[in-house]
Each structure stands twice: as C-alpha cells, then as structure tokens.
Design a protein around this ligand. Structure first.
Ligand code: AGP
Length: 366
C-alpha cells in the first residue's frame, strides 16, 4: 500500500485493488472478540462520555461526505444514536447550533481539506467535541481534532478516492460497534458485525476478480451522454458515490437519485439512451427496488444492477453479483463494482485517469 505505481497502468486501479489489504489494516488490532466490541484507543473518550452522546453530526466533502452518510446510518442502526452527515462546506456557513451532547466527526482522507478544517475550527470555537476519521497521519485536521480513528490505508495518489472511502466506512462500522456495545447493542449483534467485518477482505477479492466483466459493461456506459444511479436507504450513498466516481474520472454525466424519488421528476429523463445503474441488495426492500427497476424498464431504460443474485432480465439487462455480507456492511462491497465501472469507462474514453481535468487531490484553498 505504498506510493509506488509498480506494474499498474494507473494509481487508481492499484488503489482499487489494494482494498482487501487496506480494509484489513483499518480493522487490525481494533476488534475485541471477547467482548464483541471494537477498541478505538485514539478516540480519547470515556465510557461515561460515550453514553452521554445524544446525536452524531458527520462532516466532510465529496466522497468523504458520502462515506459519512453511510457512517450515519451505521451509527443509527447499531448504536441507536440519531446521526446525520452534511457537507462541511455547507455546515460552516450556516451558523449551526453547536450542542455539547453532540459528537462531531470530521472525515478527510488528506486531513487538509479547507472546508472540513474550517468546520472543525468553528465547532471547537463554540465548545463542540470533534473527532476525526483521517488517513494522513499528522495532517492538519488530524492534529486539530480532539481524538479519532486513523485509516492506515497508505498514500492515496489518484485524485479519485477509492480505498479511503471503503476504509472510512469500515472505521465508521467500528465506531458504531464501539458506541453500540456501550449502549444498547446485544453481544450477539456485536459478534454478527465482527464476523461480517472479518469476511470483507476476502469478499472484496472476489469482486475484484470480476473486473473484466465490469470492463465490458463500462464500454457501453462510456458511450452514454448521461447515466442515472439509484439506490435506497444504504444504497443511496453508494449510488451517490458511484455517480461521483463516474463523473470525476470519465467525465460522463451522471446523477444519483434515491430510487423512490424517481417518480417525483427524474423518471422523465429515462429513455433507451439513458442507462441506470441500480444498487439492489437482497434485503427487506428488494421488492420495492425491483418495482423501481420495472418502471425504468417500462420506459425502455437499460439497467445494470449490483445485486446479491442474478436478477431477471425483465428488470435488469445486466447483473453484477456481489457477495452477501451483513446488511449494514453490504454498502462497502456494493461500492467496489462502481469504482471499477468508473475506472474502466475512463480508460475506454482515454481520460487522464489519475489526474482528471479541473481537479486537485485535496482542496486546500477556497
Ligand atoms: C473523491 O473522489 C474526490 N476527489 C473528492 O470528493 C474528495 O473526496 C474530497 O475533496 C475530500 O477530500 P478529503 O477526504 O481529502 O478531505
């Protein structure tokens, strides 16, 4: 997980392929099987302080914010604390009410993003407690926060964030487990999540082996002017991140919608010329998701689905079968084919994969 490109054509594919190891590194030394919890020594938070948290507010920009949206759902699901994520760039300008019983979490791969840093400083000025989920050790945000979790994902050289996204969501799963086990989460639920986390590296390897099949789909996607990404609940941040990745590295326009919102407007865009990429886990919302896909197919929109089993061709032209984990952790796996889709589309279109036009790796000036 170093900074050398080695035999790889691009840093982006190198970093996508590193994810079995980077996820394992995020977990390393942090799982406590005896008490079915996570040890997060860097949080600097007593059990009493953790029990007093009434709300969690997560701040970050771009991909870091989408990882934060999944983090908020993990914290609500496992720790039963109300949690939301918001772009740091919006939060800092809206004179937020800073509450002493809210835990603020700043997410940043680089630890240098100016809007995230400014949000942290504003929070601290008003007495807020802020922890960080950061990759770069000793970075400005890492030094500014009151504690946190390092990703240990190694240098991320490609402008597009990939391994930092999956490591951040993994770190949030550990944080949610830690807070949950101090609060209401039963030991067997803790064990269920730990077993799921431990399966992730091997399952990521299985997904990476589908790279060629994904490259075939990417050839078709690359010919489109615009692509719709849809997902529901945990699939919604995955869809947002998938759309962002495609735009960023291939310059193909994409937008993401929560599946149920399609019929409130964007269904008008669906046509044979606009493919949809759908996140369709085999969970309690499967029927709802497949009915959305039927609506898209009725408008002759091509559909590519990320799912846990092959879907009928009436509702999805292509299915990418992703291994099943625990529902709370499935989004980590579902995001990986979307990274590969964006990568292969960028390669087909001859883009500057690691340094897309108009973008910088970290946005340190306003
Ligand atoms: C991700 O692919 C983007 N390059 C971008 O959205 C990035 O995640 C964002 O600028 C935040 O960066 P950070 O994690 O270093 O703070």
């Amino acid at each position: 997980v170093g900074a050398e490109i080695g035999d790889n054509a691009h840093f982006l594919i190198k970093e996508i392929n590193e994810q079995p190891r980077t996820i394992a590194r995020a977990l390393s030394g942090r799982i406590d099987e005896r008490f079915s919890t996570a040890h997060l020594g860097g949080l600097n938070m007593t059990v009493r302080e953790a029990r007093e948290i009434k709300r969690v507010t997560i701040l970050g920009c771009g991909t870091a914010c989408y990882a934060g949206e999944l983090g908020a759902q993990l914290i609500e699901d496992l720790a039963r604390v109300p949690a939301t994520a918001e772009p740091a760039s919006e939060f800092r300008y809206r004179n937020p009410v800073v509450d002493p019983n809210t835990l603020y979490v700043a997410v940043s791969q680089s630890g240098e993003t100016i809007d995230t840093l400014a949000a942290v400083q504003e929070l601290q000025r008003k007495g807020g407690r802020v922890i960080g989920i950061v990759n770069v050790v000793g970075s400005t945000i890492a030094r500014q926060v009151d504690g946190g979790i390092y990703l240990h994902a190694g240098p991320e050289m490609s402008v597009a964030a990939t391994k930092s996204f999956t490591s951040t969501v993994t770190a949030f799963a550990l944080l949610a487990l830690h807070l949950g086990r101090i609060r209401d989460l039963a030991p067997e639920q803790g064990r269920r999540i730990i077993a799921g986390l431990q399966m992730l590296p091997e399952q990521v390897t299985e997904i990476l082996a589908q790279s060629d099949a994904i490259a075939d789909i990417a050839k078709e996607i690359a010919q489109s002017n615009s692509v719709m990404f849809v997902g529901r609940r945990r699939g919604w941040p995955v869809a947002r991140e998938g759309a962002q990745k495609l735009k960023e590295v291939s310059y193909v326009h994409a937008e993401a919608y929560p599946s149920a919102e399609l019929k409130h407007g964007p269904l008008a865009l669906i046509s044979p010329e606009m493919p949809t990429v759908a996140v369709v886990p085999d969970d309690d919302l499967l029927d709802k998701n497949t009915s959305t896909l039927s609506e898209i197919k009725a408008r002759k929109g091509p559909v590519v689905a990320m799912a846990h089993r092959e879907l009928s061709t009436d509702i999805a032209d292509r299915t990418l079968v992703v291994p099943r984990n625990e529902p709370e952790l499935d989004p980590i796996l579902m995001s990986i084919p979307l990274q590969l889709l964006a990568y292969h589309a960028a390669v087909v279109l001859g883009r500057d994969v690691d340094k897309p036009r108009n973008l910088a790796k970290s946005v340190t000036v306003e």
